[in-house]
Ligand binder design. Structure first.
Ligand code: TYD
Length: 132
């Protein structure tokens, strides 16, 4: 999968409360090595604004809402995440930022790589030159 895409997740509806999940390889196309989450984001703040050379990700809005803005080197793509029963798969080498966080937004990010600062491309012009 070399394109970003929304992946619908199972939703086990139950009067006691609903339950969703994802696992490799049924729902997401990579084996997870790391999970992290972004929360308590002050209004108007932007997270991300970088690309990864090798890391693939899957992002779910576990609570609240936010937008994921992607750039593939040619055009920008916007995905609004606001439900906990779907997520956005983001393959490597896409510029991405998270913005427009609602109050109490909780972004869960699953990754197929351990944290590695060397995997980040933090300059947009450098990203564009990699894409050419
Ligand atoms: P970073 O990915 O740069 O966040 P953002 O792009 O939203 O600003 O991460 C911020 C800091 O957190 C960075 O200095 C390193 C640290 N960090 C870890 O130590 N482990 C992790 O898994 C992540 C995602 C970040």
């Amino acid at each position: 999968m070399d394109k970003p895409q929304i992946i619908q997740l199972p939703k086990i509806v139950d009067p006691r409360g609903n339950l969703s999940f994802f696992e490799f390889p049924k729902q997401i196309p990579f084996a997870m090595q790391r999970v992290y989450w972004i929360y308590d984001v002050p209004g108007g703040e932007i997270r991300g604004s970088h690309a990864f050379k090798e890391q693939n990700e899957f992002i779910v809005a576990l609570s609240g809402s936010f937008d994921v803005i992607l750039h593939n080197g040619i055009e920008e793509l916007k995905f609004s995440l606001n439900r906990s029963y779907y997520g956005l798969y983001i393959p490597k080498m896409l510029w991405r930022k998270l913005e427009n966080f609602s109050t109490n937004a909780l972004a869960l990010i699953a990754s197929d790589c351990k944290y590695n600062d060397q995997d980040y491309i933090r300059d947009f012009d450098t990203f564009l030159s990699y894409k050419k």
